[in-house]
Unconditional design. Structure first.
Length: 108
């Protein structure tokens, strides 16, 4: 089942991972940076553009925030979870194929 129309960008991948629990924008940025060991730093424009796209695709949804709060929290949907799991399988296949070929073809 390929819901995602191909490979996810690294930003979208980390955003979906961060939304396994409800988070607001700044929390998403912090989590992605922490999880990637500082390698992935999401700019606000990148983050909110991706959030809008994922909302349209029903991969994530806004969750119970206070109406008076400026901070919106988001969480992954079932559709988003299916996309994330498909991407993890794709990445595992890529890594396994690379390791297998290196182990069998490359002589150290």
């Amino acid at each position: 089942m390929n819901i995602g129309n191909g490979a996810l960008t690294e930003a979208v991948y980390y955003i979906l991972l961060s939304l396994l629990e409800p988070r607001h924008g700044y929390g998403i940025m912090q989590f992605a940076e922490q999880l990637s060991g500082g390698r992935v730093r999401l700019a606000a424009g990148t983050l909110y553009g991706a959030i809008n796209t994922m909302l349209e695709k029903n991969w994530i949804e806004a969750c119970g925030t206070e109406p008076s709060s400026r901070k919106k929290e988001y969480v992954i949907t079932q559709t988003g979870m299916a996309v994330l799991l498909t991407e993890i399988e794709r990445l595992e296949e890529l890594a396994a194929n690379g390791r297998r070929l290196i182990d069998t073809i490359v002589r150290y």
